[in-house]
Every structure is written in structure tokens, then in C-alpha cells.
Design a protein around this ligand. Structure first.
Ligand SMILES: Nc1ncnc2c1ncn2[C@@H]1O[C@H](COP(=O)(O)OP(=O)(O)OP(=O)(O)O)[C@@H](O)[C@H]1O
Length: 239
């Protein structure tokens, strides 16, 4: 079991992001500063359009801020070129999105192996599937799996390279409550057992009870940060 430490994995200072769409500029982030700590489980909560995905994409090196700085440990992401960011993502970040994006013609195990074949120090693909309780389905194709099962395979794929951080954008957004809870259990287990620093975006306030800390975004700014002194297990949640 790994618990949160005070070592900052991410340090963002005064990040702003403006999207220029012709004449119109959209201020998606308006001066966000935060730290995420090693082994921590953080929920990013906020209404649609509050800037959650923009923030997560910047932390994950998929996007760059218009101003401000972001560090991942000692590496300044905001000073990186595209090749550096690609390497940073490949070596350190697992992503989970609302839609699973599995390759339909490959089995669950082969979908995970696509990643383990190019990673520096991967775990065995079947061990990754075991962590999300999908080992028995390793030889099944995505079409033979439910939405929640496909999402668990996508989580296995994201963590098989043993990334330092796992960034999840609405991982239960397409799932019913029961299935969503099973997926959240898998994410919490990885955080607990591997110590992967985990950030989960949601607009479902119930999920925030699982986190070490809850960072609320509103209109491109941090509206509040709360620490949960008692974390609730996924199977105790309802919404
Ligand atoms: N590529 C883009 N081009 C233009 N505007 C964008 C782009 N991405 C996001 N935005 C705008 O930035 C703002 C923040 O979007 P973002 O996706 O970060 O919010 P969110 O909190 O993740 O929302 P949701 O919960 O609906 O996914 C929104 O007004 C959005 O329309």
C-alpha cells in the first residue's frame, strides 16, 4: 500500500490557456497554480467547460499553456519541444479517456501488448489485466466485452508500462453506476498498490469522496481544494 507523500510530481504556476478561434478567444484556464503529490489520488471536479480537460491535457503533455510554467519533477514541460513532450508522455504518463479506443481486431491481451512492446520497463500484459480483474478475458476481443470491461482493458493498457502518473478524463462518463464503480475500483487499486499518482476528471461530485484531495475548477480557475480525511471505497459510492 502506497500513501501520498509531500513530493510534488507536478508543479503548475499561474497557467493560462487561451484558444484563439478566428475573432473569438476562449479563456479556458485563467491562472491556475497547483501541485500534485507522489502516490496521490486527486479528483478534478467542475462543471462542463470549467477547464478540466485543458488542465489535464497540459499536465499530460498533450497541450501547452499560453503562459505560466509546469514542472514534472525536475523537468520543465513548458520548456520542452514536441519531441521532448512525446518522450515525456511515452515514459511517464498513462491516459484513460471516456471512450476506450481499443483496437477491435486485437484481443484484450494484444491491445495491452501494443504498449508493453515499446515501453522501457513494462509489466507483463496478463499481470496488467489481472490488476483490473480482466485476466480471464485476456483472449477476448473488444466486441465480446461490455463497456466497463473494455474500459478496464484500456486501464490495463495505460498502466502496463508502469507510468508514474495516470490521468483519467471522465473514465466512467459512458458507463452506468454499477459498471462505473467497478472501473473506479480498478483505478483506486492501481493507485493503492502501484502508488501511481492519479488524477481523475469528473463532474460527478460523488466520486470526489474517493480522493485524497479534490480540486474544484470553475470558469478556468481553482475554486477550492479539499482534503478528504477519510477516503470512501468505490463500492460505498452511489449516484
Ligand atoms: N481545442 C479547443 N479550441 C477551442 N476552444 C476550446 C478547445 N478546447 C477547449 N476549449 C474551450 O475551453 C473551455 C474549457 O474546455 P475544457 O474541455 O477544458 O472543459 P471541461 O471542464 O473539461 O469540460 P467538459 O466537462 O465538458 O469536458 C471551453 O469553453 C471549451 O469550449
Amino acid at each position: 500500500m502506497k500513501t501520498a507523500t509531500q513530493t510534488a510530481v507536478f508543479r503548475a504556476v499561474a497557467i493560462a490557456k487561451t484558444y484563439q478561434m478566428g475573432e473569438v478567444s476562449v479563456r479556458a484556464l485563467r491562472g491556475v497554480s497547483l501541485e500534485l503529490y507522489e502516490h496521490e489520488f486527486v479528483v478534478l471536479l467542475g462543471a462542463s467547460g470549467s477547464g478540466k480537460s485543458t488542465l489535464l491535457n497540459i499536465l499530460g503533455g498533450l497541450d501547452v499553456p499560453t503562459s505560466g510554467t509546469v514542472h514534472y519533477l525536475d523537468q520543465e514541460l513548458t520548456a520542452c519541444d514536441d519531441a521532448d513532450l512525446t518522450r515525456y508522455r511515452r515514459d511517464n504518463v498513462g491516459f484513460v479517456f471516456q471512450f476506450y479506443n481499443l483496437i477491435p481486431s486485437l484481443t484484450a491481451r494484444e491491445n495491452v501488448e501494443l504498449i508493453t512492446e515499446i515501453a522501457q520497463s513494462p509489466m507483463d500484459a496478463v499481470d496488467a489485466l489481472d490488476l483490473v480483474q480482466m485476466k480471464e478475458r485476456a483472449n477476448h476481443f473488444p466486441a465480446q466485452l461490455s463497456g466497463g470491461e473494455q474500459q478496464r482493458v484500456a486501464i490495463a493498457r495505460a498502466i502496463a508500462k508502469q507510468p508514474k502518473v495516470l490521468l483519467c478524463d471522465e473514465p466512467t462518463g459512458a458507463l452506468d453506476v454499477h459498471t462505473g464503480i467497478v472501473v473506479l475500483e480498478a483505478i483506486a487499486r492501481i493507485n493503492r498498490e502501484l502508488g501511481t499518482t492519479t488524477a481523475v476528471i469528473t463532474h460527478n461530485a460523488a466520486i470526489s469522496q474517493m480522493a485524497d484531495r479534490v480540486i474544484s475548477l470553475s470558469d478556468g480557475q481553482i475554486a477550492g481544494v479539499e482534503t478528504n480525511h477519510r477516503k470512501v471505497q468505490a463500492n460505498e459510492l452511489s449516484w
